[in-house]
Design a protein around this ligand. Structure first.
Ligand code: NAP
Ligand code: FE
Length: 366
């Protein structure tokens, strides 16, 4: 591992049941008008009404923009930014899974920067509306990262825009909002979080701090393997999964992700495979290839997981159920696409296009 590294985490984190209402003062400092960016589920799980109650109590006005689709599009963030400008928003509150949380970052930026050259070509400046993020899935860690992953139709993939100014100011972690989370989404998002912690440990930018966070993340996430397998969650298990996911977010904010995410984007873009599921499908085969080159590091990862290779593979398989399968020509094309992704260079193990194809084939061949 590199001796020299940097660790940066500017986001304030508050956690626990009722933390939004108990910390109303954290909303007050960001101005008079808020734009709430969310999807449809926050109106049902209590998160939206908690935020509205806090803003009203603070004497702040707000507008709700709840048309963020899964895998946010350039159109949706452009419209959100137009509304933010129209209502004179001073700050943004994001509520939801990674889709609304990522969209909110692009909206907070586009509300202040023209990005005439296009969202993906734009050099993101400092001037971004302050953001408060409330995750309602335990997966992406977007509440503590500087990344917003937006669908890129021109390149037929998902592209990450990143800048230090995209870190949210505050993250509120309340697992109660996940009470009615459907089991498939709970599983997919947990796989995403595990993938972040594991890929973070395999990043060329890993260091002792990110390793410490990744190990604790895996301890918490895998500590809930029974809950994940059976689909029965307590308040404590939800909070553990959420903490595990946020810790993994703190890891990738500093390490980035690697080939698993790089390959997964094609499955999501072309076949609508949910993001976390895409990672879960590829993770065991990816680890097997890494093990050939850096066996000791992979052993450290399985020690952090608390299971051996076979047991972990079987656990992931059981969570995934029946795997998707694709024709060989498609897998070849996705390997080529993934080889162009910048996060390939981020891995301790070099994955050639042939290696990427081997992972895709082992995971998804017909
Ligand atoms: P998501 O796309 O945000 O949400 C998946 C589904 O879950 C949606 O239908 C959503 O409904 C619903 N949902 C969310 N919270 C719920 C709750 N508490 N109860 C019931 N339903 C709920 O999924 P995600 O896996 O959290 O996020 C995936 C996105 O994040 C992808 O675009 C991925 O690329 C990105 N990502 C970002 C980072 C990062 O560092 N920024 C890292 C990894 C992944 P509504 O949306 O309608 O509410
Ligand atoms: Fe992810």
């Amino acid at each position: 591992m590199e001796e020299r590294f940097e660790y940066y985490m500017p986001t304030r984190i508050v956690s626990g049941s009722g933390c939004v209402q108990k910390n109303a003062s954290l909303f007050r400092v960001y101005g008079e008008r808020a734009l709430i960016v969310t999807g449809k589920s926050s109106a049902k799980n209590g998160a939206l009404s908690d935020v509205e109650g806090v803003l009203r109590g603070n004497g702040q006005s707000y507008r709700v923009y709840d048309r963020i689709p899964n895998n946010p599009t350039v159109e949706s963030v452009t419209e959100g930014a137009r509304i933010a400008r129209e209502c004179g928003a001073d700050f943004v509150v994001a509520i939801g899974g990674g889709s609304p949380m990522d969209a909110a970052k692009a909206i907070a930026m586009l509300a202040r920067q023209d990005a005439k050259e296009g969202l993906f070509a734009h050099a993101i400046g400092e001037d971004v509306l302050p953001m408060l993020h409330i995750p309602t899935t335990a997966g992406t860690g977007s509440e503590v990262t500087q990344y917003a992953i937006i669908t890129n139709d021109e390149k037929q993939t998902k592209t990450s825009i990143a800048a230090k100014s995209l870190f949210p100011q505050v993250a509120f972690l309340d697992g109660e909002y996940m009470k009615e989370l459907p089991q498939d989404i709970a599983v997919n998002t947990a796989l995403d979080a595990m993938s972040h912690a594991i890929e973070g440990m395999l990043s060329v930018r890993a260091g002792v701090f990110t390793d410490a966070l990744a190990r604790e993340s895996l301890r918490l996430l895998l500590g809930e393997r029974k809950a994940l397998s059976e689909g029965t969650y307590t308040a404590e298990s939800r909070q553990n999964l959420l903490h595990g996911s946020t810790l993994a977010g703190m890891v990738i904010a500093n390490t980035g992700t690697t080939a698993v995410h790089g390959m997964g984007y094609s499955l999501t873009y072309f076949h609508q495979v949910p993001h976390g599921r895409a990672n879960g499908l590829l993770l065991p085969a990816f680890l097997r290839i890494c093990a050939k080159q850096i066996p000791q590091r992979i052993e450290e990862i399985y020690a952090a997981i608390g299971m051996g290779e076979e047991a972990f593979s079987a656990f992931v398989d059981a969570l995934l159920g029946r795997r998707e399968t694709y024709q060989d020509s498609l897998l070849r094309a996705y390997a080529e696409k993934a080889s162009l992704n910048k996060n390939i260079k981020n891995c301790m193990v070099y994955f050639s296009e042939e290696d990427l194809y081997a992972v895709l084939k082992a995971s998804l061949s017909k």
